[in-house]
Design a protein around this ligand. Structure first.
Ligand SMILES: [Zn+2]
Length: 477
């Protein structure tokens, strides 16, 4: 007996335009409550909206990046519903003719490349933000009201929470690459809703779709999907069906909780917004945008494989973030050894970024620093382990590697007579280890090298020490 999970996603991304969708108010996160507002975004009677051309341009860029058909004749519609965060009593959105129609993107799963199809990408305005206080009051901040959004709707093409995660990662990287959204989930500029249900592949029985609303981290989204997948399968196993409902993810409890049952689809009474003219987009403008598109993640990845002779995997990791890809290329420009630079970036640099949970652009490490550091190791002025310590120091202090090496006296000892002196002392003091080594215990050699490194405070050239230990044992013991 098998089950197939079916997942579709709806993602809202705030566009990083200077101003809001229909007025000249600042579009910026935060700010004192209700200070980025005017009669238009407050929905005062008589105030008229004017469509922000930049928002349309950004949405078209997204449409091109996801291979959608751009609808050059479209319009804005009013979506009517009543809620305190919606000043006008309607949201300006798009109904039957989205700016961008069907499209697709590809994700790399274990079995190979998988296409995820998009239903549409449309433009709309964001709503205000409600804060519920401990005293039971609700505070309203309209700074977010009228911020331009794109809503990206996929077809139900994903079959595991992991596939959904890969799609979300791809989407986030792409929007960042084309610079239309800052995609900060923690600030709400990227928000995700999930539609999920399960099919019994033998009987064809399906559960009713559950909608999980307002997921604000990828990790939360994946956990919520895993939880729901299991809940749906368990329900089918009991010969029952799930309710058609909207649920939310409770991070603390680690479970989804029912918010409301979905009756018939709400009647939003969609109608063309009479305050805004129909949108006609000249083909030349679309072509202009198409020609000015920056390199997308998958193109960059292919180029990295060809140009720098990196593996598919390495190129994929390096191009997953635009900032990291730029950092890598800038470092290679200064130190022409792509494989070595890739090893450093994929190893110690990425580990540090992960530990600190930051992007490379927010650290004190520059391409110049890293290229200098690698050059020091490559020319054997410092050994590999010292290099790792220096890297940590750069991250911590922002000093350049040569200064750190000089200040801390880390230059590697490659002078034979100096190393020999230390090696002889170590052998003198550790006769038992020499016996152990001679009787076939290879680990004893590692111990002896370790002692040399310890006495030289990490500065001895380890290859030289290793060779010298063997030579002197042969000579003397
Ligand atoms: Zn305004």
């Amino acid at each position: 007996m098998g089950y197939k999970t079916v997942i579709g996603l709806e993602i809202h991304a705030e566009l990083s335009t200077e101003t809001k969708m229909f007025c000249s108010c600042t579009n910026a996160f935060g700010g004192e409550a209700n200070t980025h507002c005017c009669p238009v975004c407050m929905g005062l009677p008589g105030a008229l909206p004017v469509l922000n051309k930049k928002a349309v341009e950004y949405a078209i860029k997204a449409g091109i990046a996801f291979n959608t058909k751009i609808n050059t004749k479209t319009r804005m519609d009013r979506k009517n519903y009543f809620y305190a965060d919606l000043v006008k009593g309607y949201q300006i959105s798009q109904d039957t003719i989205p700016l961008c129609g069907e499209g697709y993107t590809e994700i790399e799963i274990e079995e190979g490349t998988k296409r995820v199809n998009l239903q549409r990408i449309h433009i709309e305005e964001d709503t205000g933000k409600l804060t519920h206080t401990m005293d039971g009051d609700t505070l309203i901040d309209y700074n977010r009201a009228g911020v331009p959004l794109i809503e990206i709707v996929t077809k139900p093409d994903m079959n595991t929470p992991e596939e959904a995660r890969l799609f979300l990662e791809k989407l986030r990287a792409t929007l960042k690459y084309i610079e239309v959204s800052d995609v900060k989930m923690e600030e709400g500029s990227l928000r995700c809703d999930v539609n999920i249900n399960v099919v019994d592949t033998e009987t064809g029985l399906k559960t009713n779709i559950t909608e999980i609303k307002n997921l604000n981290s990828f990790r939360g989204a994946v956990k919520a999907m895993e939880y729901e997948e299991k809940r749906h399968i368990d329900t089918l196993k009991q010969g029952q069906n799930t309710l058609k409902e909207t649920r939310r993810w409770d991070e603390v409890k680690g479970e989804t909780i029912s918010m409301r049952e979905k009756g018939d689809t709400a009647d939003y009474r969609f109608a063309a917004d009479g305050d805004l003219a129909a949108i006609e987009i000249p083909e030349e403008w679309v072509n202009e945008i198409r020609n000015s598109m920056p390199e997308l993640p998958h193109h960059k990845k292919e180029r990295f494989v060809k140009e720098y002779a990196l593996s598919e995997y390495d190129a994929g990791v390096l191009t997953a973030s635009k900032a990291l890809a730029m950092f890598f290329e800038d470092t290679v420009k200064l130190l022409d050894d792509p494989k070595l630079v890739s090893n450093w970036v994929m190893g110690d640099v990425l580990r540090r970024l992960k530990d600190d949970d930051v992007e490379i652009e927010d650290t004190k490490l520059s391409p110049k620093d890293l290229s200098q550091l690698i050059a020091l190791v490559k020319s054997e002025k410092i050994n590999n382990n010292t290099g790792k310590k220096v890297l940590k120091e750069i991250f911590d202090t922002g000093k350049d590697p040569e200064t750190i090496v000089k200040e801390k006296g880390l230059i590697q000892i490659s002078d034979e007579s100096q190393v020999r002196e230390i090696v002889e002392k170590v052998l003198e003091d550790n006769k038992q280890s020499i016996e152990d080594y001679k009787s076939g215990k290879d680990r004893a050699l590692g111990f002896l090298v370790g002692q040399v490194m310890k006495i030289s405070r990490g500065k001895a050239n380890p290859q030289l020490a290793n060779k010298m230990i063997l030579d002197i044992i042969k000579e003397k013991y």
